[in-house]
Structure formats: structure tokens, C-alpha cells
Design a protein. Structure first.
Length: 291
């Protein structure tokens, strides 16, 4: 588990393919204890900025908490201490990457997905180095969920696909029956949207995606990455003598995580009025351990 891909070290940074579950990642030996990684999306969890401190919506912007249907990550690492540099902890997952679009990028077509309270990854505990871990780092790749918008005075709900990874190679994807053919690399902040009134795509400004890192001073992450950092409340101990599964639930804050510039100051997203998406980053990470 100690190999590290060059992209993670140098540039590691908001939709669809794969099956609706992750059966291929589930345990192969039911007699062996496993580490189970689950995802959770919490609209009431604290809203953090890049430095891991509570922040409000920027003046002149508005935001809402989306309903996340599923998410993909490309990298998960346990870190022993706050000074453990990126890439030197225990790397438990790395997703597929490709150069099919030119520069190295996340291979979206081979990505792993999970929804709220669903299992993202299951691996034998015997494959994880023993030790005490205080932090977890997760490189996010993709989010898909529902948002509200206002079109010609009517309220609608649509589906937003947001690619937040450092770079993603995408052939095509489907949103509610609408196919988006891309066949190219897309950098962090590429998004697509589908509703009964609008089907569109766009690009958030470079560097606008929020990536909370409470360890900014001791363990910085590369610019343009989407590696969200969270602290275990009581740590995570791997002894090598476990007889039961350990479940780590990665709880992500979606508290006003979809943000746009306001043209009409009404708190509603109105793309036809020229309101632009500026941020789709998750707003914090709390890892929780259970047996």
C-alpha cells in the first residue's frame, strides 16, 4: 500500500458510469476482518473554508445545500500526525488514471462511486500498516446531486454533475437521459447541469473550488488539488489483532456548498440571468470510527 503515483505528489488535486453499488470492492474472505469506508453527506455540518475555519457565504454571492446522490474519490490516505506530509502516510486507495486525453488525469469511466450512507471501499485490515492515525485525506473527484433553480419565474429542480478532481478524462456521461459527449480532459471545476428547462455545461474559475485543510500550515496540499483533510475525534488505531470489521464513515459537509454569483439578490440560482457557478467544493470532513 506504500506506492505513490506521481500525479498525487505533484498536482493531486464536482457524472456517471459504473454500477450502482461497489460489489467488486466488497470483502472476498468473509472470515477476515476488513476496513469499511462509507460516505455521508451532511447539510448541517459546519461550513469551512480552505484553512479549515468556519466561513460564511461571500458577499455578493448566494449558496444552497445540494442533495448529493453519489460521489467519487480518487485517493484516500491515513496520516499519523499533523506533520505527516502528503503521500507519506498510509495510502489505502488510489483510483485509476490515464493519459488518453493528453496530460495525466483521473479516469472517470473507471471511477468508483457511492451514495449517502453507502460503502465506497472495503479492504482487509491485514493490508493496512499497524499504527495510530489522527487524520484522513481524501482526494475528491466527482459529485452528483440535485439543486434548485429559478427559470422564467418558475422553480425547478435539476441535476448537477461537478468534477472537482485535479484533472479528469471524460468520454461521456448521462444525466437523467441527457448525454454529454466530452472525449477530453477537464480541469478542476468543470460542471454539467440538466433539468427539464436547461441542459448546459461550464467551468468554474481556476482556484475557486474550496478544499478545507486544517493542516494548512504543517502539511500543505498542492494548489489545484481537491484533497480534503479531516481529524479523527479519538484517533484510529490499527493493531493487527482485530477480529471484527472497522468502519470509517467519511462525513462531508454540504452546508451551502453550491455557490454562485448573484445578479438578482433573491437567494435563488438563476442561470438565465447570468448568475455564474463559482464553487462546488465540499465544506469539511469529519471521519467517524465504529466497529
Amino acid at each position: 500500500m506504500k506506492y505513490i503515483k506521481l500525479s498525487i505528489l505533484l498536482i493531486c488535486g464536482l457524472v456517471m458510469s459504473c454500477s450502482e453499488d461497489n460489489d467488486d470492492n466488497l470483502r472476498l474472505d468473509p472470515t477476515e476482518p476488513n476496513l469499511v469506508i462509507k460516505l455521508k453527506f451532511d447539510p448541517n455540518q459546519e461550513r469551512l473554508g480552505n484553512l479549515g475555519q468556519p466561513v460564511s457565504v461571500v458577499t455578493g454571492n448566494a449558496a444552497q445545500s445540494p442533495s448529493i446522490n453519489r460521489m467519487s474519490a480518487n485517493y484516500i490516505e491515513f496520516a499519523q500526525m499533523e506533520t505527516t506530509a502528503l503521500g507519506t502516510g498510509e495510502i489505502i486507495f488510489e483510483g485509476d488514471e490515464t493519459t488518453a486525453g493528453g496530460a495525466l488525469a483521473i479516469d472517470f469511466q473507471n471511477a468508483v462511486f457511492a451514495g449517502d450512507n453507502e460503502t465506497f471501499l472495503t479492504i482487509p485490515l491485514s493490508e493496512i500498516a499497524t499504527g495510530n492515525y489522527e487524520w484522513v485525506r481524501v482526494s475528491l473527484a466527482y459529485q452528483e446531486g440535485n439543486i434548485d433553480l429559478l427559470v422564467n419565474g418558475q422553480d425547478y429542480t435539476g441535476t448537477l454533475a461537478s468534477f472537482v478532481g485535479y484533472n479528469s478524462y471524460i468520454t461521456s456521461f448521462d444525466l437523467n437521459g441527457s448525454t454529454f459527449d466530452i472525449n477530453n480532459n477537464k480541469v478542476q471545476g468543470f460542471w454539467a447541469f440538466e433539468s427539464q428547462e436547461i441542459t448546459t455545461q461550464g467551468q468554474a474559475p481556476a482556484g475557486a473550488t474550496t478544499v478545507p485543510n486544517p493542516l494548512f500550515n504543517s502539511s500543505p496540499i498542492p494548489q489545484g488539488s481537491c484533497i480534503v483533510t479531516g481529524e479523527f475525534e479519538n484517533g484510529l488505531a490499527i493493531t493487527g489483532n482485530e477480529t471484527q470489521d472497522i468502519t470509517v464513515t467519511l462525513s462531508f459537509s454540504i452546508n451551502n456548498s453550491f455557490e454562485w454569483t448573484e445578479v438578482n439578490a433573491d437567494g435563488k440560482y438563476e442561470p438565465e440571468a447570468g448568475e455564474q457557478v463559482v464553487d462546488m467544493g465540499l465544506r469539511g470532513l469529519i471521519p467517524m470510527v465504529s466497529n
